[in-house]
Design a protein around this ligand. Structure first.
Ligand SMILES: C[S@@+](CC[C@H](N)C(=O)[O-])C[C@H]1O[C@@H](n2cnc3c(N)ncnc32)[C@H](O)[C@@H]1O
Length: 286
């Protein structure tokens, strides 16, 4: 477990993932009944963009900082920037919220969330980042195993975010697929979002093909490329596969994706695509 998200916080992948995450929660919150959120790979919750790790990688400069310097038109991106400003009221552009802190801000009084983080130091920082919040439980444990322990929740509606580090490359795609299947078998109506890096196209194609055999009601995939597919060693883009997406969110998110491709793409090579999966309803072997 060498992965530390502090090196990557606020990069183009975080911008895609976090803007979509907020849009997902906002859609779910349109109905009045409480929701449950499970963040299986939560990270440390808050990041310092002027810290050693972030400045060494410089990834936020080509990601969230570029968006902050622009005035995006899409509602989704404006809401995302508003959440960042609420998290960093001094407008220092240094404090960046990870998924648990963004979700914490978006939850209502009766909503509940469980966050899992396996790394002990990251989990300790996560607890401090979230503070004492009776709506939220932080577990220092394997997020994949937590699916069996924590689902289904008593709230009928909600979201599972699966955001693994992909250190094990292809094997992590397989684990994510097995996790998707397990979530659906325990909580068939859950909206599930899984983030994945785009390095090797063949791996991504296999992943999406296998995902289309999952027993979800519907699914779409949102991908953001910031460079052309040149090398399989570099993350040229990333995607979020959303199973059981909220109604019409595809229409709301599409303009954000196109705008992100323009703003974050290198040398005009950015590309944002939202594609519906043709589900065939067969189960995936876990
Ligand atoms: C990509 S980062 C998460 C970033 C976070 N979701 C966000 O958006 O701010 C992945 C995290 O998963 C943790 N991790 C790795 N394997 C795990 C596992 N099996 N269960 C839970 N956490 C794990 C890593 O320590 C790392 O902090």
């Amino acid at each position: 477990m060498n992965y530390r998200h502090a090196f990557h916080a606020g990069n183009h992948a975080d911008v895609l993932k976090h803007s979509l995450l907020l849009a997902l929660v906002a859609s779910l919150k349109r109905k009045p009944s409480p929701i449950f959120v499970l963040d299986t790979h939560a990270g440390r919750g808050a990041y310092n963009l002027s810290g050693d790790e972030a400045t060494r990688s410089g990834e936020a400069l080509a990601g969230v900082n570029r968006l902050q310097a622009a005035s995006p038109k899409s509602v989704v991106l404006r809401e995302y920037l508003k959440a960042l400003a609420d998290f960093d009221p001094q407008a220092s552009m240094r404090r960046y919220p990870g998924s648990p802190c963004l979700l914490q801000m978006a939850l209502g009084t009766d909503d509940r969330m469980a966050c899992c983080e396996l790394h002990p130091e990251e989990a300790a920082v996560l607890k401090a980042s979230l503070g004492r919040d009776p709506r939220i439980a932080v577990h220092q444990r394997d997020g994949y195993e937590a699916i069996r322990a924590l689902l289904p929740p008593s709230q009928g509606r909600g979201l599972v975010l699966i955001d693994p580090p992909y250190e094990a490359r292809e094997a992590e795609f397989d684990r994510a697929l097995a996790a998707l299947d397990q979530v659906l078998s325990r909580w068939s109506t859950a909206c599930i979002a899984v983030w994945y890096p785009i390095k090797d196209r063949a791996v991504v194609r296999r992943f999406l093909r296998a995902a289309s055999a999952l027993p979800a009601k519907s699914a779409w995939d949102a991908s953001l490329m910031v460079r052309a597919d040149s090398s399989v060693l570099r993350m040229n883009g990333s995607g979020m596969l959303v199973l059981n997406p909220p109604w019409q969110l595809d229409e709301t998110f599409q303009p954000a994706l196109i705008e992100l491709a323009t703003l974050l793409g290198e040398g005009g090579a950015g590309r944002g695509e939202l594609t519906w999966l043709r589900l065939d309803g067969r189960r995936v072997e876990a």
